[in-house]
Design a protein around this ligand. Structure first.
Ligand SMILES: [Mn+2]
Length: 486
């Protein structure tokens, strides 16, 4: 196993990448390609604003809306954008900041600086949104959601009476009589674009994988009995932040003992005990692109017999899935294949009885593996596009929660994260179920009710004949035990 030791700071690494505005330009081209034979329609999209804690002036750390970042490369609050479909032009709208803004929030960028940073075809102040709309007088406006519609309505309301906007937008600007606003097409088109990562996106996801992997390995080195879960979070966060990754991609899970069987445990406040497992599921973004890594390690650095059995079953399943993941394979098939490998592990170890066929048929697997094998990853931790139009969830325990049901294609990025858990809320009722308990070694399983669970998660780029693994964190038992001591 090779452990990455990134010797690059984020700012030095960023300097080697194509700029975010070049990346966004490519994304706009990809989006324009999807709107064939365009009329004089436009795309309107609104950037994120700074949000506040309920009823206070305490700001929440700013994170650009994913689609806006994707299309513009602007990581500032209160911007808007219009994409002309026919002429393929980007209009960027920057907020007009006043002196007070400069006092509290820093220097206000001049238009020249904004122009050279983001290279729009036209740069306007946000107060001119209504004017530009009236001038373009589009017959069709593609927006993401009702928030977009509302923002357009407000912009048009602000226009003076003498503007001929009524000709285009009906008697009342809220009627949208003559202009079609539509929310489905743009969302579908963006989802389609974001499914296949561009080289510029992959570069960013590789770096996210590199730094996050490094930080996870540092957590393993710091792991020891009696520390609190949040101390492990502090170790991970410190290594990521000091390398310049400032934004968590999601609320991290730092779970010890029985907490490791709580799928979304995020309190992270318990003291870890000698002999328990520790499950870490956490990742930070790099330039908006997520990493999502899970590992499960023994708190004292040595796997007990039961821990080794359960861990090996998950690891075998995960490795089988990674070996099979390539273009043309269906995610739901990977899910079932992995499930089967893990059930064989539990059967061999005597936790289960009967045949694998019977265990699969009776949905016994769903008691131990109640979530999906993986999801798309990108600007969002659960990136969109898992279910193509017309494809429904599979109505069966366990696989019901699978977030991706489609054939994998080159350039998609997925997580592979099988797990086995001993969840009292699922197992106790099964012990009473005549049909299911025939497959369960109830005495053996009753001893496991406070064991917790194991999950192992890597991030893969799908290639034609295989995949590229972005994750490099200790997962073989001998590597874990060696790195722990190191
Ligand atoms: Mn995940």
């Amino acid at each position: 196993m090779s452990l990455y030791q990134p010797d690059l700071t984020t700012s030095r690494y960023s300097a080697r990448l194509s700029s975010a505005s070049d990346m966004a330009r490519q994304h706009r081209e990809n989006l324009w390609e999807l709107f064939e034979a365009p009329t004089d329609g436009i795309v309107y999209i609104q950037g994120a604003s700074v949000q506040h804690r309920y009823d206070t002036d305490t700001e929440i750390s700013f994170r650009q809306e994913s689609n806006f970042w994707y299309l513009t490369g602007v990581n500032e609050a209160d911007y808007h954008a219009i994409l002309e479909l026919k002429n393929r032009r980007l209009h960027l709208f920057t907020p007009k900041r006043d002196t007070l803004y400069a006092v509290w929030n820093g220097r206000v960028k001049g238009l020249d600086e904004i122009q050279s940073l983001y290279a729009p075809d036209e740069l306007h102040y946000d107060v001119d949104l209504g004017n530009v709309l009236a001038e373009l007088s589009p017959q069709q406006i593609f927006v993401l959601d009702d928030r977009g519609k509302l923002s357009l309505t407000e912009a048009l309301r602000s226009l003076p009476e003498e503007k001929s906007v009524k000709n285009y937008f009906g008697e009342s600007v809220t009627d949208w009589v003559h202009v079609r606003t539509e929310t489905t097409s743009l969302r579908d088109a963006l989802t389609f674009c974001r499914l296949h990562k561009t080289e510029a996106e992959l570069e960013r996801m590789r770096f996210a994988g590199l730094v996050n992997s490094f930080a996870h390995n540092e957590v393993l080195k710091a792991l020891q009995p009696d520390v609190y879960e949040y101390e492990m979070k502090a170790v991970l966060d410190a290594h990521l932040v000091r390398h310049g990754l400032l934004h968590p991609a999601y609320n991290g899970i730092f779970a010890s003992g029985a907490n490791s069987a709580i799928l979304h445990y995020v309190e992270n406040i318990r003291q870890m005990k000698d002999g328990e497992l520790f499950l870490i599921d956490s990742g930070y973004e790099f330039e908006g692109y997520s990493s999502d890594i899970t590992r499960t390690w023994p708190v004292n650095g040595r796997f007990s017999e039961d821990q080794r059995i359960v861990y090996s079953a998950v690891l075998e399943g995960q490795k089988a899935a990674i070996l099979a993941a390539k273009a043309g394979v269906k995610m739901e098939d990977l899910h079932m294949m992995t499930t089967r490998v893990m059930m064989e592990g539990l059967l061999d170890a005597g936790f289960l009885k009967g045949s694998v066929e019977e265990i699969m048929e009776k949905n016994i697997f769903a008691l131990f593996f109640p979530h999906g094998l993986g999801h798309f990853l990108g600007l969002d931790t659960h990136d969109p596009g898992g279910y193509p139009k017309g494809v429904e969830r599979i109505d069966r325990p366990g696989i019901r929660y699978l977030r991706v049901r489609r054939e994998l294609e080159e350039g998609m990025v997925i997580t592979i994260e099988p797990g086995l858990y001993f969840i009292p809320a699922l197992l106790r009722p099964a012990f009473e179920n005549t049909d299911q308990k025939a497959c369960l070694n109830v005495n053996r399983l009753e001893e496991m009710l406070s064991f917790g669970g194991v999950r192992i998660e890597d991030n893969l780029v799908i290639l034609e004949g295989g995949n590229e693994n972005l994750t490099s964190v200790a997962k073989e038992i001998e590597d874990i035990e060696a790195l722990y001591r190191g």
